[in-house]
Design a protein around this ligand. Structure first.
Ligand SMILES: Cc1cc2nc3c(=O)[nH]c(=O)nc-3n(C[C@H](O)[C@H](O)[C@H](O)COP(=O)(O)OP(=O)(O)OC[C@H]3O[C@@H](n4cnc5c(N)ncnc54)[C@H](O)[C@@H]3O)c2cc1C
Length: 421
């Protein structure tokens, strides 16, 4: 079998079922990464994180004898030509529960006349192991969690390939792209080392290495200490780390050191991540059509629109006058990172206090978060704006939140210092 492997948000060799199947069944093969609409929308910090993770993955592929081509064009304009010239009859990839990506998957399915081998590798739980069909996923998180916990099945990790199929003497008709130019441009100092190796090291460090997992439930809302939460999300977002690897390492840790509320809570958060993936899959096009309308059409067409745009721009810059909100937005702008507590507060502030259309905020996060994940981002935003599956009206009192989570003002002083009067 001659195959093309379409590289997506699965930049890892470990526990990558699609990759293992490609390695086991293709007689010759070539791997290809193409830009996506979301990548094109990203700011330089996120782009660099993705590209550096990709560069490391490419090295790992080459070490296993494979070839990974990188294209500065979207997949529909590249893969058909590559596949035809290579004479490929099968396409392998990891499927993603996101409408924009699903349309590309369908187009590829037509091109390969159904000869596609797709694995849903990004959630912790395999859709076929859920106690309900994904199309019937419970709408409310607690119901979803209870149902999946009652009959929990986590599939073992896929075997790591020892060697990858080669393309032989074939060369690509489409010119490749060397992202090294973009990678080497100096920018803000990187807080998060990209790539699969760094993801696995971070996981080891957070569990056995530092034991910070033991107090995770108490510290996870912290704003200043980097180890207050796991910081695994950037790796999960590009697929450099598998959620199953986290789960099984967590189980190993519990066996060696004992389980507690904190070890359970990391698992609980991974279930939140899955919940948004399955809800997104359930609503498919409808869910994302509603959410992915181009930003400018969201602005209200009335005299208040100018005010709304002005408020939104102040929010983006971290210039609203609310120091807690501003500190969080400035941290995001400078580093690509914001804590979960910060995200909840700034989202509530935009949607509920400033009454700006929440989708502008979600769109801004998509461009700027280093760990941007479509389903977690849009799902959390909808949840906080009160338009998601759970329509309760939550409003965060940012002053109270600042007093609770930044009582000494260290975080605000760091990112939004008071100017001398
Ligand atoms: C408005 C808003 C937007 C968000 N956008 C994103 C996003 O684009 N990408 C993203 O990965 N997360 C997003 N989150 C969820 C959450 O804030 C981050 O996953 C978390 O802050 C990442 O830090 P961590 O890895 O240290 O998390 P930890 O607290 O250590 O949690 C471990 C893992 O559990 C998952 N997780 C934790 N909280 C959530 C949650 N509320 N929803 C879904 N999964 C969760 C993540 O994969 C995370 O890496 C968003 C939350 C809000 C409120």
């Amino acid at each position: 079998m001659k195959a093309v492997y379409w590289v997506r948000d699965d930049l890892r060799i470990h526990d990558n079922r699609s990759l293992s199947e490609f390695a086991a069944t293709a007689t010759s093969g070539v791997m290809a990464w193409c830009t996506t609409p979301s990548f094109s929308r990203a700011n330089p910090i996120r782009r660099k994180f993705i590209l550096r993770s990709l560069a490391e993955f490419r090295k790992s592929v080459e070490n296993l004898g494979g070839t990974l081509l990188v294209f500065d064009r979207p997949s529909p304009s590249v893969l058909p030509e590559v596949a035809e010239s290579f004479g490929a009859d099968t396409l392998f990839f990891t499927s993603l529960p996101i409408h924009e990506e699903n349309s590309e998957e369908r187009a590829m399915g037509e091109l390969f006349k159904g000869k596609v081998r797709a694995d849903p590798g990004s959630p912790l739980l395999h859709p076929a192991d859920l106690p309900f069909a994904p199309a019937n996923s419970p709408e409310v998180f607690t119901q979803f969690r209870k149902a999946v916990e009652y009959r929990l099945i986590v599939r073992p990790e896929a075997e790591t390939p020892k060697v990858l199929p080669k393309p032989g003497s074939w060369s690509s008709p489409v010119p490749g792209w060397d992202p090294n130019g973009e990678i080497s441009v100096s920018g803000p100092s990187e807080r998060i080392t990209p790539g699969e190796r760094a993801g696995i090291l971070r996981l080891d460090y957070y569990l056995e290495g530092s034991n910070r997992i033991r107090s995770y439930k108490e510290t996870r809302n912290g704003l200043v200490d980097w180890d207050d939460s796991s910081k695994l999300s950037p790796y999960l977002s590009v697929g450099a780390l598998s959620p199953r690897r986290i789960y099984f390492e967590l189980k190993k840790y519990e066996k060696n050191n004992g389980a507690n509320d904190s070890t359970y809570w990391l698992f609980f958060e991974l279930i939140w991540r899955d919940y948004f993936k399955f809800i997104s899959e359930k609503w498919g096009a409808k869910f994302f059509q509603k959410m992915k309308t181009p930003a400018k059409t969201w602005l209200p067409r009335d005299p208040a629109a100018d005010r709304s745009l002005h408020d939104f721009e102040c929010w983006c810059r971290g210039d609203t006058g609310d120091r807690f909100v501003d500190a969080n937005m400035r941290e995001l702008n400078a580093t690509g990172w914001m804590s979960n507590r910060g995200r909840q507060n700034v989202a509530s502030f935009l949607a509920k206090t400033l009454r700006v259309d929440w989708r502008l905020g979600a769109d801004y996060f998509e461009k700027n978060l280093i760990d941007y994940d479509a389903t977690s981002n849009w799902g959390n935003w909808a949840y906080l704006a009160g338009v998601g599956q759970d329509g309760r009206d939550r409003v965060f009192n940012t002053e109270r939140q600042a007093a609770l989570y930044d009582s000494a003002g260290i975080y605000r002083d760091k990112w939004c210092p008071l100017l001398p009067t």
